[in-house]
Design a protein around this ligand. Structure first.
Ligand SMILES: Cc1ncc(COP(=O)(O)O)c(C=O)c1O
Length: 389
């Protein structure tokens, strides 16, 4: 795509002009048309709360869910809205049947908070502490990744938790193959998928996972506070809502598992109700347009950073393992102070990740990001690292 076209689309995001924002992967802001849709829902709520909560809310919730479900390739009754992937993961951890001695298997690229959630769930159930499988380095062949996961499976493994795209390392894991092999072994799979939305095509019913947790406020660019939980039909009966309320306001008689999630107490549901607008905006931009721009820019960032710092990345090829995020090692040093200096001295927001004892930069590329911003980042890193030495 010509750079000018991407820049035009990028203007839909109203970001602060003093900031070079290269962290859509952590907190992905919504573009203006999506925020406008959210504001319309919020106004409807504020202008007549009784009408909104008792008559409009449930049909709107169901319509928004139908829209999201179609986009995700899922039956709508397999989905509920939750505020974020963290909430979804907590519901799964509170619901999954674990007994003394059972094992939950994660890997060394999983998100720290997700490991904490499973540590607590295992402790509470008297299960073994979560098992963390080390994945191979470098990432070259997806089959080696699958082998590394299953090398840590034991007769006590009940559940595998794996990211669709990992947080500290931005790698796309071969989740289809993991699901297939786990199903054959009778092991449940929970996919932690907040980065996958919009970066990858999803077909959740076909994927064969038991659970999928995601946030829509990352790459899909829906409003903050919008996410979903997917549960395969054979797991739905055991789902337990952590925050019990009426389930449905009127009538207060939840029957299906998902109805417990429609009403969990009075709250502002406008982030959920604006998800269809985020989907339609990305559709009208063209998902391929977004992906091509993001991939090209991330790949440019990767080659410039590798060129500058001469350290081998975790994945042998960008296009086989990454989409919209570049992930490149930096010379050893303190990650936190470098990230702070990038903001305070250069007005760049980008995560510097301390992962398995090494320091990396993870560069997120969305439609509003440009090659010039990457050039500024490379020069800023160069300067700051020279002053560290
Ligand atoms: C892989 C992964 N899982 C879970 C989360 C948590 O997402 P949220 O804060 O939206 O709940 C993140 C956030 O960055 C993530 O990268």
């Amino acid at each position: 795509m010509p750079a000018a076209a991407a820049t035009d689309l990028g203007r839909l995001w109203k970001l602060r002009p003093d900031t070079i924002y290269l962290n859509h992967g952590s907190f992905g802001p919504a573009p203006e048309p999506v925020l406008a849709a959210q504001r319309r829902w919020k106004a409807a709520l504020d202008e007549q709360p009784m009408d909104f909560f008792t008559r409009l809310h449930e049909p709107a919730w169901r319509a928004a869910r139908k829209h999201l479900a179609e986009w995700l390739g899922a039956a709508e009754d397999n989905l509920v809205f939750v505020e974020n992937a963290t909430h979804a993961m907590n519901v799964i951890a509170d619901s999954f049947p674990l007994a003394t001695g059972d094992e939950v298997l994660l890997n060394d690229h999983e998100y720290g908070a997700v490991i904490r959630i499973w540590r607590r769930a295992c402790e509470r159930a008297g299960a073994a502490p979560p098992v963390i499988a080390p994945l191979p380095r470098p990432f070259d062949d997806p089959e080696q990744v699958v082998e590394a996961v299953f090398a840590a499976v034991t007769p006590r493994t009940r559940l595998i938790v794996a990211s669709h795209i990992t947080s500290p390392t931005a790698l796309t894991l071969p989740v289809e193959a993991i699901c297939r092999r786990a199903a054959a072994a009778g092991i449940a799979v929970c996919i932690d998928g907040p980065h996958a939305l919009a970066q990858l095509d999803l077909s959740l019913d076909a994927l064969g996972c038991d659970y999928y947790a995601a946030s829509c406020h990352k790459w899909l660019s829906a409003p903050f506070g919008s996410g979903f939980l997917y549960v395969a039909p054979h797991r739905q009966a055991s789902v337990r809502v952590p925050q019990l309320s009426w389930g449905r306001l009127l009538p207060a008689t939840p029957a299906a598992w998902f109805e417990e999630f429609i009403w969990s107490g009075t709250r502002d549901p406008s982030p959920y109700l604006a998800i269809p607008d985020a989907i339609e905006l990305m559709r009208s931009v063209g998902l391929e347009t977004f992906r091509q721009h993001a991939r090209e820019l991330a790949s440019y960032a990767r080659s410039r950073l590798i060129d500058r710092f001469q350290l081998p990345p975790l994945a042998t090829r960008h296009d086989d393992w990454h989409v919209a995020m570049a992930h490149v090692p930096l010379p050893p040093g303190d990650a936190r102070s470098l990230q702070q200096a990038l903001w305070h001295k250069h007005r760049i927001e980008v995560p510097i990740v301390d992962w398995n004892g090494s320091r990396y930069v993870r560069v997120s590329c969305h439609l509003y990001n440009t090659r010039e911003q990457i050039d500024v980042l490379v020069d800023a890193l160069d300067q700051l690292l020279a002053s560290e030495a």
